[in-house]
Write a protein that binds this ligand. Structure first.
Ligand SMILES: [Zn+2]
Length: 341
């Protein structure tokens, strides 16, 4: 795929160099190496080609390559983003090869600070790619377990955006339809990776999730960011496992919205329990483990996990403002597989 893309660029007279030293859960070091490659080659733009980690690294490289400050100076706190010289930000063309992150329509990147294993959100309005190519052909080769984990990430974006407090009917509408597309097409893409319609609809649902979550994310991501930073696990897989536990902890605040969602999805008894059961069945059908223990996450660091999740930027738009102790509790339930039903 990358070879084809490079050849096509060269045929069109666009001189490109491949930089691919990006790990899953990209680090500040990956971004710095990319900045060095960008400046060494005297480039004037970035083609972000890959899954969420590649897109996020590429966007951060494009932001920082022309700046004098390190990437951490653009962490999404207050008006840090105004520190960047906007004229020095490189344009990005994004081509996602997974359907999950939606980073192609986002103005931020999640980068791991390896010095303390924390995930930081790097933000600038101009990080939004100038062009996005959603090409289902480049996602047909994804193995089923990655299709499942990335698709569940897209579901978590739509679901957390819908549940985030605040008045935003447009985001809510996008989120509900994104969830419907995932309901209808994720199982198809999982069992038949070459189904172009399913792959197309999932790419769209993924972009819709990231569009909707301009409204906010919530506790799934607060914990997924924390655990991704500490244990270097797949972001989508973490969200997929955490989803029912966070939903249950939020039940009191989201029952009305889950009833509306259930109705939109045409469920027989549209209520919180029906949506939760659908999520549980979907996870099972996609081979997603039920507990964090099954992917090797122990409950040892429970206090640290709770404290880190409480201050994750996405915690601010969870329907309930959970304390560190409450996050620790949800974490323990997710390790041990404790759901009330
Ligand atoms: Zn996510």
């Amino acid at each position: 795929m990358v070879v084809d893309a490079v050849e096509n660029c060269k045929k069109q007279g666009v001189d490109v160099v491949v930089f691919s030293e990006v790990q899953g859960n990209p680090t500040g070091e990956n971004v710095e190496a990319g900045i060095r490659a960008y400046n060494a080659g005297n480039h004037d733009g970035v083609i972000a080609f890959g899954g969420g980690s590649s897109l996020d690294a590429a966007k951060a490289i494009a932001l920082c390559a022309g700046q004098t400050r390190p990437v951490w100076d653009f962490e999404d706190i207050g008006d840090n983003w105004t520190r960047a010289d906007p004229s020095a930000i490189a344009p990005v063309i994004a081509i996602p090869t997974t359907a999950g992150t939606g980073s192609e329509v986002g103005r931020a990147s999640v980068i791991t600070d390896a010095s303390n294993h924390s995930k930081k959100i790097i933000f600038h309005p101009q990080m939004l790619p100038v062009q996005v190519l959603l090409d289902p052909e480049v996602t047909t080769g994804l193995p089923p377990h990655i299709t499942a984990a990335t698709g569940m990430d897209a579901l978590s974006h739509n679901l957390e955006a819908l549940c985030a407090p605040g008045y935003h009917p447009m985001a809510d509408g996008i989120a509900m339809e994104g969830i419907r597309l995932i309901r209808d097409f994720l199982p198809v893409a999982y069992s038949d990776g070459r189904n172009i319609e399913a792959r197309t609809q999932l790419l769209v649902a993924s972009s819709m999730g990231a569009t909707a979550f301009q409204k906010g994310l919530g506790g799934m991501h607060a914990l997924a960011h924390t655990l991704g930073g500490l244990y270097d696990k797949h972001h989508g897989l973490l969200n997929a496992i955490l989803m029912p536990y966070v939903m249950e902890a939020n039940k009191e605040e989201i029952s009305g919205k889950m009833a509306a969602l259930g109705q939109y999805l045409g469920m027989e008894n549209p209520d919180f329990d029906s949506v939760l059961n659908w999520v549980l069945d979907l996870r099972t059908s996609l081979g997603i483990p039920h507990t964090l223990a099954e992917i090797g996450i122990p409950s040892d660091d429970v206090d640290r996990v709770g404290k880190m999740a409480e201050v994750d930027p996405t915690a601010g738009t969870n329907p309930i403002r959970f304390s560190a102790t409450e996050y620790s509790q949800i974490f323990i339930h997710s390790v041990e597989g404790k759901l009330s039903q």
